[in-house]
Design a protein around this ligand. Structure first.
Ligand SMILES: NC(=O)c1ccc[n+]([C@@H]2O[C@H](COP(=O)([O-])OP(=O)(O)OC[C@H]3O[C@@H](n4cnc5c(N)ncnc54)[C@H](OP(=O)(O)O)[C@@H]3O)[C@@H](O)[C@H]2O)c1
Length: 259
C-alpha cells in the first residue's frame, strides 16, 4: 500500500502535529504550505521518524494547486491520505473585511480542499481502492453553529463540512472520509484569542493530532471533542431561533473574543 500522506498547512499548529504523528506511523509526508522556513523545520522534526518532501504552494492559486497535484500524482501516485488542514481565520466585523480577506478565506478554506480532493482522487473512481485511501477534513465548531464576527471563517467551514459529509456518501465504497472538529487549540491561529473565562483552556496540538489520527485509523467518520463548544453546537441544532436571540444579546462579548 502507498503510505504517503499529503498534509496542507503542515508548517505550523495542528497541521505540523498531524504530519509528525503520521510520520511516527511510517507515512512518507508531503508537506504543503507557503512558508518555506517553517516547512523545513517541520521536515527536520519528521526526519527522526520518516521521510518527507516540501511543496511550497499558495493554495489560493488554482494554477499552483494544479501544479502541486500533477507533481504528486506523477512522483508518488495517489496519496494514501490527504489531510485538508490549511485555513485562515480573519476575525472581525463582516463589513470591515477587505476584498482580499474574503477571496483568501473561501479559496483557502473551501475551494482548495475541494480542488485537491478532486484532483488527487478523480482517477480513483476507476481503481479498486477499497478504503486504503482516505481524506481528513479539518473542520471547526464554527462549522456547527454561526459565529458572528467570525462570519467568513464560519461560512467557509460550514461549506467544507457539507462537502465532506456529501463525499462520505458518494465515496463510501472506496475512500474513507473523516471529519475532524478540533477543540480550541494553541496555535498561531488562536494566539490572539482571549478565552472568555478561566475554565476554557487551549489544547495542545500534539494531543489533538494524536486523537484525530487514532480516530481515522479506527475508521471513524467523525472525530470530535466534548468541550465547551459542544453546548452551542447542540443548542443551535435543536433550538436555532433561541440560539440566534442569545447571540444577539451577546454581541458585545463576541466582538471582544480576539485582541
Ligand atoms: N487552533 C484552533 O483552536 C482550531 C480549532 C478548530 C479548528 N482548527 C482548524 O485547524 C486547522 C489548522 O489550524 P491551526 O490552528 O493549526 O492554525 P495555523 O497554525 O495558523 O495553521 C494554518 C496553516 O494553514 C496554512 N495556510 C494558510 N493559508 C495558506 C495558503 N494560502 N496556502 C497554503 N497554506 C496556507 C498556514 O501555513 P503558511 O502560512 O506557511 O502558508 C498554516 O500552516 C485549520 O483548518 C483550522 O481551521 C483550529
Amino acid at each position: 500500500m502507498n503510505k504517503t500522506a499529503l498534509v496542507t498547512g503542515a508548517g505550523s499548529g495542528i497541521g505540523k502535529a498531524l504530519s509528525i504523528t503520521l510520520a511516527q506511523r511510517g507515512y512518507h509526508i508531503l508537506l504543503v504550505g507557503r512558508d518555506h522556513n517553517r516547512l523545513e523545520l517541520a521536515s527536520h522534526e519528521i526526519s527522526a521518524f520518516s521521510t518527507s518532501r516540501i511543496f511550497c504552494t499558495n493554495l489560493t492559486d488554482p494554477v499552483a494547486r494544479a501544479r502541486l497535484t500533477d507533481s504528486v500524482l506523477a512522483q508518488t501516485g495517489t496519496p494514501a491520505l490527504l489531510v485538508n488542514n490549511a485555513a485562515v481565520m480573519p476575525y472581525g466585523a463582516f463589513l470591515n473585511a477587505t476584498d482580499a480577506q474574503l477571496q483568501e478565506t473561501f479559496a483557502t478554506n473551501l475551494a482548495a480542499p475541494a480542488d485537491l480532493t478532486l484532483r488527487l482522487f478523480r482517477s480513483s473512481i476507476h481503481q479498486q481502492m477499497s478504503k486504503q485511501h482516505g481524506v481528513i477534513f479539518v473542520l471547526s465548531a464554527a462549522a456547527r453553529f454561526p459565529q458572528p464576527y467570525n462570519s467568513l471563517y464560519s461560512a467557509s467551514k460550514a461549506g467544507l463540512r457539507y462537502l465532506a459529509e456529501s463525499l462520505q456518501v458518494e465515496m463510501d465504497s472506496h475512500i474513507q472520509i473523516c471529519l475532524a472538529y478540533p477543540p480550541l487549540t494553541a496555535s498561531p491561529m488562536t494566539e490572539n484569542f482571549i478565552p472568555p473565562n478561566r475554565l476554557i483552556q487551549k489544547s495542545s496540538t500534539k494531543l489533538v493530532a494524536e486523537k484525530i489520527i487514532a480516530g481515522y485509523e479506527a475508521g471513524k467518520f467523525e472525530v470530535a471533542w466534548f468541550d465547551w463548544e459542544a453546548i452551542p453546537s447542540w443548542f443551535y441544532r435543536f433550538a436555532p431561533k433561541v440560539f440566534r436571540r442569545v447571540l444577539k444579546s451577546q454581541k458585545q462579548k463576541l466582538q471582544q473574543l480576539f485582541k
